[in-house]
Design a binder for this molecule. Structure first.
Ligand SMILES: Cc1ncc(COP(=O)(O)O)c(C=O)c1O
Length: 379
């Protein structure tokens, strides 16, 4: 049966508990499982690093909503990224990353993986020819974020998938900003989807987590092997919270998008704003590609402030309903200064972000209250 997104989010991997009929998968706070004779595992469970029923429910649901063969849940988005990269890369391999990659992803390449012999080059992913030209014989992965954090750049997933596959490389898409409701990279040719489930998938700013969804069962099996071998798994309570969030992803995302569109309207006509970065704007260079591959344009909005860095920092400090804080994708609106906060680790690198940039994670509060707060913060 071809079920819809909302049905899958609420039911995939979540059959009623066979013993009690509980309609929500219980939190299996357990590390080990009784065996019926040596090697006689019940339903395959042996030790909770390898598998835990609460985590299995989340993993099956993630695979279903992304349209992949296998989902895996991790302790954080970066733990998922690290496990993926140490599964598919070896010393001597090369990776292309976005030239405005999330700061933590950049740091993972620059400060950790490079020391283990995995090299990387930042490329402008919006420029398909530049990506093709940057591919080397040792390139194993093209790493895509779309929309990017924090500049909301757009990459053409299908075009990049064909470049990666021609080169014998994998296409990995960090789908954190879009969420599986707005964009489904596997259907566009991605081999692996990455999430910081801390963000829209969890959706309530109450749990840190990460996920990988593999398009093929074979790659899923290799990743699962490394998930167990490396051990950065999601705990049962974290998996349960994340799954609870995932059930309402579709309705939350629609409201995030509605509110973001109103915020963009306000910013676009504000005299203190020099540029609004939002893929839903027709003048955004990635608008057409975004319209082709996304259901809507998301809840993240960035903008540049007249008056430079100090003025941008002031806007962040004056906001009240928009909470000054890192992270994104929760029901509450957040504001931040990427240059000094989330992207401080990219300072002095090719990934440095403009100093006058402010990033908003537009939440699902009453939109009039959000607009009033932004107006007073801009002064
Ligand atoms: C796009 C993106 N990918 C990955 C991560 C890392 O995820 P986590 O913070 O859950 O480790 C983040 C965190 O902000 C992110 O924004």
């Amino acid at each position: 049966m071809n079920e819809g997104f909302e049905t899958l989010a609420i039911h995939a991997g979540q059959e009623a508990d066979p013993h009690t009929g509980a309609v929500v998968p219980p939190i299996y706070a357990v590390s080990t499982y009784k065996q019926d004779g040596v090697g006689g595992l019940r339903s395959g469970y042996e030790y909770s690093r390898s598998a835990n029923p609460t985590r299995t429910a989340l993993e099956e649901c993630l695979a279903a909503v992304e349209g992949g063969a296998r989902g895996l849940a991790f302790a954080s988005g970066l733990a998922a990224e690290d496990t993926l990269l140490r599964t598919v890369c070896a010393p001597g391999d090369h990776v292309l990353i976005p030239d405005d990659a999330y700061g933590g992803t950049f740091r993972l390449f620059a400060k950790v993986l490079e020391r283990w012999g995995v090299s990387y080059d930042p490329v402008p992913l919006g420029d398909v020819d530049a990506v093709r030209a940057a591919v080397r014989p040792e390139t194993k992965v093209i790493w895509v974020e779309t929309p990017t954090n924090p500049l909301l750049g757009i990459a053409d997933i299908a075009a990049l998938a064909s470049i990666a596959h021609d080169a014998g490389a994998l296409l990995v898409v960090d789908n954190t900003f879009a969420s599986p409701y707005l964009q489904q990279p596997v259907a566009l040719g991605a081999d692996v989807v990455v999430h910081s489930t801390t963000k829209y998938v969890g959706g309530h700013s109450d749990v840190v987590g990460g996920a990988l969804v593999a398009a093929s069962a074979e790659l899923g099996e290799r990743l699962a092997y490394h998930q167990n071998a490396m051990g950065a798994v999601a705990g049962p309570f974290d998996a349960w919270l994340t799954l609870r969030g995932l059930k309402t992803l579709a309705v939350r995302m629609d409201r995030h998008c509605d509110n973001a569109e109103r915020v963009v309207e306000l910013l676009a006509s504000h005299p203190k704003v020099t540029q609004v970065l939002y893929p839903g704007l027709p003048e955004h260079p990635g608008h057409e590609v975004a319209a082709k591959q996304m259901r809507r344009f998301g809840g993240m909005v960035s903008f540049r402030v007249a008056g430079g860095e100090e003025a941008a920092v002031e806007v962040c400090n004056r906001a009240k309903l928009f909470t000054l804080g890192e992270s994104l994708g929760g029901v509450e609106s957040l504001i931040e200064h990427p240059g000094r906060m989330t992207h401080a680790s990219a300072a002095g690198s090719p990934l440095e972000v403009p100093a006058d940039l402010v990033r908003l994670s537009v939440g699902i509060e009453t939109v009039g209250d959000l607009l009033a707060d932004l107006s007073q913060a801009l002064g």
